[in-house]
Design a protein around this ligand. Sequence first.
Ligand code: ADP
Ligand code: 5GP
Length: 206
Amino acid sequence: MSVSHLSDFLRPLVLSGPSGVGKSTLLKRLFAEFPDKFGFSVSHTTRSPRPGEQDGVQYHFVTREKFLDLLQENAFIEHAEFSGNFYGTSFQTVKEVHERGRRCILDIEAQGVRQIKATDLNPIYCFISPPSLTVLRERLRGRGTETEASIQKRLATALKEIQFAKEPNVHDLIIVNDDLDRAYQLFKRIALGENVVGDTLPPLDD
Ligand code: ADP
Ligand code: 5GP
């Protein structure tokens, strides 16, 4: 699927960042403020829905068998195993968002980012960083959706995500989600296609 001719506003936006950093929170606010401008790339996943999550809204919740069938049919632009579950972005999902004339926003982890870089999707890559690892741990626990084992897995993966983000030229922009209102204002301007200067990645060595 070639979308490299799209204007900056319609170029897909790839959001990544460690689990618990606040990606869904920022996205929820954006979709609430601009119900007609953006389209969320609803991924397929084999993980179970959290309370309040609806099939077809946050994710397409599928069995492992169904996911592997789709994988075999080459349905995914990218896919990854994260914390014991599969996640993938289907060509169909991204195509549908484009056909509705909306900017497509993907929320994916680092392996997916690497795979997208090998396609011609030509998105803008935006990394959401926590202000510190201590804050990240607190948020992941505070969300109350994970078991302690799942939290530990996600934190170990978070360190890898952060290592990846420290490599040069991986992301076009960084947003430090410290104060939510400040981070949201920056995120909103990026999503609307404005030319902005992003934040600097904190040391994240605590
Ligand atoms: P992600 O989608 O990146 O996994 P969430 O959006 O679910 O993360 O956020 C994780 C937790 O952190 C949630 O409980 C959310 O309410 C909280 N949170 C998000 N952003 C902030 C912020 N800037 N300050 C304090 N808490 C936040
Ligand atoms: P969660 O289980 O917290 O919703 O998501 C776990 C991680 O999977 C997050 O980092 C999220 O960005 C990532 N993720 C969600 N959907 C996809 C996808 O389609 N592909 C990839 N590679 N990662 C995804």
